[in-house]
Write a protein that binds this ligand. Sequence first.
Ligand code: 6PG
Length: 480
Amino acid sequence: MSSAPAQIAVTGLAVMGRNLARNLARNGFHVAVHNRSKARTDALIEQFGHEGEFTAADDLPALVAALEQPRKIIIMVKAGEPTDAVIEELVPLLDEGDIVVDAGNAHFADTRRREDALKAKGLHFVGAGVSGGEEGALNGPSIMPGGSTFAYAALEPMLTRISAHVGGEACCVHVGPDGAGHFVKMLHNGIEYADMQLIAEAYDLLRHVLGLSATEIADVFRDWNTGDLESFLIEITAEVLSQVDESTGQPFVDVVLDQAEQKGTGRWTVQVALDLGIPVSGMAEAVFARSLSGDVVRREAAAGVLAGPSSEAKLDIDRDAFIEDVRHALYSSKLVAYAQGFDAIRAASDQYGWDIDLGAMAKIWRGGCIIRARFLDRIKEAYDRDAALPSLLVDDYFKDAVVSGQDAWRRVVAAAATFGVPAPGFSAALSYYDGLRADRLPAALIQGLRDLFGAHTYRRIDREGAFHLDWSGDRKEQSA
Ligand code: 6PG
């Protein structure tokens, strides 16, 4: 223990909070720690106290008293009401200029509300997205802080020191004001959902179209991880698929219940994107696929009742060629998910005046976080070339990737339909690609229908203005 005040505090010492506190201490910062139940604080000091300089506090007043000013306090508790409860207890103990950081997975709208409320009291509130799970929190996460530039300047030396680094650069940057950091973290999770769904579809196709074993598919993923697909999620897919269950000797993946759970950040992403009017079909299909997997009642009612394709429908498929096709489909669908994710970030940035640097987001996702991947460098380069790029898919590098892979992508979606293997992520991504590049969309017909049944009007390709047709009368066009 030191008599000098602590430089930063962490309250909430479940695994993420504990590991963040240890990461700060290991990097030379004096950390005050607190947990509602004291046992966790004691355990931290007992097991890891030797890793750096900690001050244990039994309650929030003691935690606040242990800190130098302006105080910097990281809250790492469950998102929602528990976060509000800690803030409410903390605020009366603080002085003007103090900084409260919420490093949980908060909804960005909550962060905006909290930032506003604390600002009125002369306090800084920083919603910081932290990605990388428990391992990242300890050894270097990707950090996405929002809030004021003043607060970020005060936190920067610590946050950049404890974050992951790629090529000597910290995976931490000030994302933008108020809820910008938590918005970007939410989008990170939406992309994470899409990415995992696509990986799961690739696995399912290799298993059920080619009849490969889990271990054989693990080898395929290991091989893919040496190329453009190289990423943390592809790497751990190989690990999970090669795991053998100790009690049965079966592949681990075969003994796990096939019902994917979710804590809500993927769902939030889709809800928010609907409000922004940005198609995030990859993420939406991923959320729906998790919901379907958990819908036991309807799955049981349909299993064995709704027939699959007839056996004559089987195609003659070359093993290696199909594996290569699936690789293309996975890469292209993944690019669509990222393109949609970055579109949503841009739209929110415009709507809320955040001025988010999209290339910088790709940069801080290159290390530490769950979606870290080789091709994030390519995204950064694309936005360096053109910060106003309308879609990642039209950047030369990504355009070449999707255009050259599209025939393979189409064969995979066709094979999924032929073999009756659900591939909502691959199919939705391909439909988005076709929709985006279409010369004319059938939206014109939808406009006609809307005008016929509801006089909702339409615009023309050859004249300005809104028009309505007198459908039930003489069918003459009128200016609306
Ligand atoms: C991360 C993860 C982390 C967590 C998500 C996923 O960036 O470290 O995204 O935040 O894994 O909350 O949660 P669910 O899949 O349970 O929704």
